[in-house]
Structures are given as C-alpha cells and as structure tokens.
Design a protein around this ligand. Structure first.
Ligand code: FE2
Ligand code: FE2
Length: 170
C-alpha cells in the first residue's frame, strides 16, 4: 500500500482540511442527498458525517502522528453512506448492517482506498466485531461516538464550523 501519511501544517485550519480533502464527496449529489436523512436528534446524516470529519481531523492532529488525511476525511464523510431513513421500522438491524451497506454504496460511486474501506466497515466497532486496522479508522470510530452522543443530547459538536464547511459546498 502506498503510504500517503503526513502531518498538516499548523497554518491549515481543521475546517480548511475537511473542505479540501473532502471536496469531491461534499460536492457530490449523493452526499447532499444525505441531508434529507436524520441521523440523531435534529442532525442530518450530511451534518453528522461532516462533524465526524471535523472532529477526526482535530483528534488526529492532537496525537502528532502522521495520517492519510485524504482517507481520514473521505472515510469520515462516507462512514454512514447507507442512503436510507434508518428510523423506518424495517431497518431494525441498522446498527449491525449499515456499515457494510455504506461501504457498498460508497464503492459504487467513489474510488475507495483500503484505508477508507476499513474506516467505513469498522466504524461501529465493538458492535461489529472486527476492530479497526488502521489508525485513521480508529480515530473515526472514536470521533463518531463523540459526535453521536452530543447529537443525541441535542448539542451537536462544532455546529458552526460544520455549517461553514457545508456552505462552501452547496
Ligand atoms: Fe454509523
Ligand atoms: Fe456515524
């Protein structure tokens, strides 16, 4: 596997990193469609996944390790790319099955790297039994849980930053 890991310059904000590395996903019709599906509370899947991307970049930078930031951001944006309303009763097994569905949908529309595939497939660990293999997947698994809890309690994290990113990709 080609290694694209690096550190991001301190001059680049977390918001700029998400907007830059996630541009093709954020600009796609598919990801825009995720705005009509609610994830938790009042937060749409598009807002949730953008918030996970933002928190993932922030967490990754705190570790001072090198990351594949393209895979980190794109993986975060696509980790819940299941494209349905999971609140409908026939999606009762959503918690267990949506990671595989998200990967299948993402791979049909985007060129998905091995790290991105791992991010999407393993983000529900430990509910899904296989643990993340790459550090990018581990960071996103954590960021997803932080964002999900905040959203479920009606206090989505970095709300303003997320809206600014989405405004750039209308
Ligand atoms: Fe998920
Ligand atoms: Fe999620």
């Amino acid at each position: 596997m080609r290694n694209n890991r690096k550190r991001i310059s301190k001059k680049v904000s977390n918001k700029r990193a998400v907007s830059h590395y996630g541009a093709d996903v954020l600009d796609s019709d598919g990801h825009k469609k995720c705005h009509k599906y609610i994830q938790h509370g009042d937060t749409s899947v598009r807002q949730h996944t953008t918030s996970v991307a933002y928190v993932s970049v922030a967490l990754a930078r705190k570790t001072h390790l090198k990351y594949d930031y393209s895979a980190l951001v794109r993986g975060a944006l696509l980790h819940d790319y299941f494209l349905y309303d999971w609140h409908e009763p026939h999606h009762g097994l959503h918690g267990y099955t949506h990671a595989s569905k998200a990967l299948q949908n993402a791979a049909e529309e985007f060129s998905i790297s091995p790290i991105e595939a791992d991010v999407i497939k393993k983000h529900m660990w430990p509910l899904n039994i296989n643990p993340p293999r790459y550090r990018e997947a581990f960071i996103i698994m954590l960021a997803d849980k932080i964002c999900s809890v905040k959203e479920a309690f009606g206090k989505p994290i970095y709300n303003q930053k997320v809206e600014e990113i989405l405004d750039e990709h209308k």
